[in-house]
Ligand binder design. Structure first.
Ligand SMILES: [Fe+2]
Ligand SMILES: [Fe+2]
Length: 247
């Protein structure tokens, strides 16, 4: 994967040369008073009445260069020229500033953390019991669904970065930042979920400060997830306070 990024760029962009030659000749033609645009210029450069670059065989070398320069120009801007290089890398262009391998590794750790969160919330949803269980279980289910959406967002960004999302269950717990704790009582479940959310919040903040401005898209993905994790922590904190007040 990395070897494709290391391919040296061409020193001279032949399309760029043609681009500037084309417009230079177009303006010269205008000033000469014979034509009024670059696209029309080569009609005057052919000498047997035929238009375009299918001109006759009896052209001088200079005229051939002029006609070559006026072929439809693929080079439309400096930006698109850069975007055409390493096209196999998809969304990763030459302007990407971050350490891609490290970003993918961090995203995969976040992915593992989210998978563990889904498993833990699902367990808590199905095992929640007691007089106040219904509303709290509904909260667990909602959180589980939102963690699933985070999994999708992280995996999608990893693929955009030309990486591979790691969904392997092998060493999933080791890759994740938070733990899977089954917990017994409803209060213990909420407490463990709050601990996990706080760990997730810290890890997302760390990732965002590491990326800074080097990868704005990944940063935006992480910031959106972070906002939801903070809501989860708030929800759990409020539920725990309610549970404490009920005793
Ligand atoms: Fe999440
Ligand atoms: Fe969460």
């Amino acid at each position: 994967m990395t070897s494709r990024m290391e391919t040296a760029p061409r020193l001279v962009d032949i399309e760029l040369v043609r681009h500037w030659l084309y417009w230079g000749l177009a303006w010269l033609t205008v000033f000469d008073g014979s034509q009024c645009g670059g696209a029309a210029a080569h009609a005057t450069l052919t000498d047997d009445g035929r238009k375009g670059y299918a001109a006759g065989d009896h052209q001088s070398p200079v005229k051939r260069v002029i006609i070559w320069s006026t072929r439809p120009c693929r080079w439309t801007s400096r930006l698109s020229g850069g975007a055409r290089q390493h096209i196999e890398q998809g969304a990763v262009t030459g302007g990407y500033k971050a350490d891609r391998a490290t970003v993918i590794k961090l995203l995969n750790e976040a992915l593992a953390t989210e998978i563990i969160c889904v498993l833990r919330y699902k367990r808590h949803y199905f095992m929640a019991s007691g007089i106040n269980a219904q509303g709290i279980a509904a909260e667990f289910a909602e959180h589980a669904n939102q963690e699933l959406a985070h999994i999708d967002a992280l995996a999608q960004r990893i693929v955009q970065l030309d990486g591979e999302p790691d969904f392997s269950p092998v060493e999933l717990v080791q890759r994740a930042h938070s733990e899977y704790v089954a917990a017994g009582s409803l209060v213990d479940m909420m407490r463990e979920d709050l601990v996990a959310e706080r760990i997730a919040i810290e890890s997302y903040r760390d990732m965002i400060s590491y990326i800074e401005h080097d990868d704005p898209t990944t940063r935006r993905v992480l910031e959106e997830i972070l906002a939801v994790e903070e809501e989860h922590a708030d929800d759990l904190s409020a539920l725990l306070k309610g549970a404490d007040a009920g005793h």
